[in-house]
Design a protein around this ligand. Structure first.
Ligand code: NDP
Length: 334
C-alpha cells in the first residue's frame, strides 16, 4: 500500500477535475488527481466537440481530454490511475481509499466524478453511438441540420432537447413510453404547440437500425406500441436518448447533502458542499446545464475555493496538523 498526501485531492478526470487540477497546481498546491474508471469522462465517448471555446475548427472529445490531462500534468498535477472506493472527512482532513489498496490524505477534496447518461440498452444503440445516436442535443444537434430526428423520453430533458433540435432538424419526433409527459406543464405546452414536433405516445424503441457503409449512419428505428403490442418501423437520421442521467455520487450519499436524483448540493455561486473542506464541481453537482464548459468553470471555482480554505486555515496546517505536500512525503509500502 502507498500513502499519498496532498493539499488538494481531486476525484474525477473530466473537464471539472482537470480544470480544478490546473488551477490548484498553478497555486502551488501540488494536487493529486485520481482518475476513476473512465479517464476523460463523458467526452471520451463523443466525436466532434464544436461548443468548447478555443477551437475554431472544433475538436475531437478524446483529444480535448488528452490536452487537458497534459496541461494539468505540465503545471504540476500528479495523476493517479485508481478508483476511490471510500472517503472519510473529519476536522483533521480527508482520508480516502483506492481500489488499488493505496490510501490518500488531503486537506481538501474536490469531487468531480461526473454523471453518465442513461441509455436504453437496445440493439444498435451502442453500435451507432456518435454516428446518429446521441445523449446530448446541445452537443450534436448541429450535425442534423435539415434532417429528421427522434428524441426518446418524457421528462424536462427530453422536451428541452426536442425543442432545441427544432433549431436544426426539419422534423422532431418525441417518442414516449406512456400517454403523459413528466416534463413541467409549461414545457409540455411549448412542445405540443411546435409545428415541427410530433409526439409518438405509448411507444418504446426496440432497435436502432442503420448502414455501416460508406460510413456508419442511423437510418431508422424499430418501435413497439406499449398498449397494442404492435411493431412498426420509423425512418430517421438520428436518435437522441433523454431518459435521465445518473450522477456518480453514491460514494458520498452518507456524507454530503444531495438533491433528488443524487446531485450533490452546493452553495449558490460556490462549489462548497454541506461539509467543510469538500467541494463539488461539474455534472456530479449540476443537473441543469451538464456542459463541459460549465464543468470546467466549476472546476476552476472549486480549486479557488479550496485554495482559499487552505489559506484561511493555514495557521492550523502550519502547526503541523496538516497533511504535508506530496513532494514532502515518504511513501509507505505495506
Ligand atoms: P427524468 O427522470 O425527469 O425523466 C426521464 C424520462 O425518461 C421519463 O419520462 C421516463 O419515463 C423516461 N424513461 C426512463 N427510462 C426509460 C426507458 N428505459 N425507456 C423509455 N423511457 C424511459 O430525467 P430528466 O433527465 O428529464 O430530468 C432529470 C432532472 O433534471 C429532473 O428533475 C428535471 O426536472 C431536471 N431538469 C430540469 C431542467 C430545467 O429546469 N430546465 C432541464 C432538464 C432537466 P416515465 O415518465 O414513464 O418514467
Amino acid at each position: 500500500m502507498t500513502l499519498h498526501r496532498t493539499k488538494v485531492l481531486i476525484i474525477g478526470a473530466g473537464p471539472a477535475g482537470y480544470t480544478a487540477a490546473i488551477y490548484a497546481a498553478r497555486a502551488n498546491l501540488e494536487p493529486i488527481l485520481v482518475t476513476g474508471l473512465q479517464p476523460g469522462g463523458q467526452l471520451t465517448i463523443t466525436t466532434d466537440v464544436e461548443n468548447y471555446p478555443g477551437f475554431s475548427e472544433g475538436v475531437q472529445g478524446p483529444q480535448l481530454m488528452e490536452e487537458m490531462r497534459l496541461q494539468a500534468e505540465r503545471v504540476g498535477t500528479r495523476i493517479i490511475y485508481d478508483t476511490i472506493k471510500s472517503v472519510k472527512v473529519s476536522s483533521d482532513g480527508v482520508k480516502a481509499g483506492g481500489e488499488s489498496g493505496d490510501a490518500y490524505e488531503s486537506d481538501t477534496l474536490v469531487i468531480a466524478t461526473g454523471a453518465q447518461a442513461r441509455w436504453l440498452g437496445i440493439p444498435g444503440e451502442r453500435e451507432f453511438g456518435g454516428y446518429g445516436v446521441s445523449a446530448c442535443a446541445t452537443c450534436d444537434g448541429f450535425f442534423f441540420r435539415g434532417k429528421e430526428v427522434v428524441v426518446v423520453g418524457g421528462g424536462n430533458t427530453a422536451v428541452e432537447e426536442a425543442l432545441y433540435l427544432t433549431n436544426h432538424a426539419s422534423k422532431v419526433t418525441l417518442i414516449h413510453r406512456r400517454d403523459r409527459l413528466r416534463a413541467e406543464p409549461i414545457m409540455q405546452k411549448r412542445l405540443l404547440a411546435h409545428p415541427a414536433v410530433t409526439v409518438c405516445w405509448n411507444t418504446v424503441v426496440e432497435e436502432v437500425v442503420g448502414d455501416q457503409q460508406p460510413n456508419p449512419a442511423v437510418t431508422g428505428l424499430r418501435l413497439r406500441d406499449t398498449v397494442t403490442g404492435e411493431a412498426s418501423d420509423l425512418t430517421t437520421d438520428g436518435i437522441f436518448v433523454a431518459v435521465g442521467h445518473d450522477p456518480a455520487t453514491s460514494l458520498f450519499k452518507d456524507i454530503l447533502d444531495m438533491h433528488e436524483g443524487g446531485y450533490i448540493k452546493v452553495a449558490p455561486w460556490s462549489t462548497a458542499t454541506s461539509v467543510e473542506r469538500v467541494f463539488a464541481a461539474g455534472d456530479c453537482a449540476d443537473s441543469v446545464f451538464r456542459q463541459a464548459t460549465v464543468a470546467s468553470a466549476m472546476g476552476c471555482m472549486a480549486a479557488l475555493e479550496a485554495e482559499r480554505f487552505i489559506a484561511e486555515h493555514s495557521a492550523l496546517f502550519n502547526d503541523g496538523q496538516h497533511a504535508p505536500l506530496a513532494s514532502d512525503l515518504v511513501s509507505a509500502d505495506d
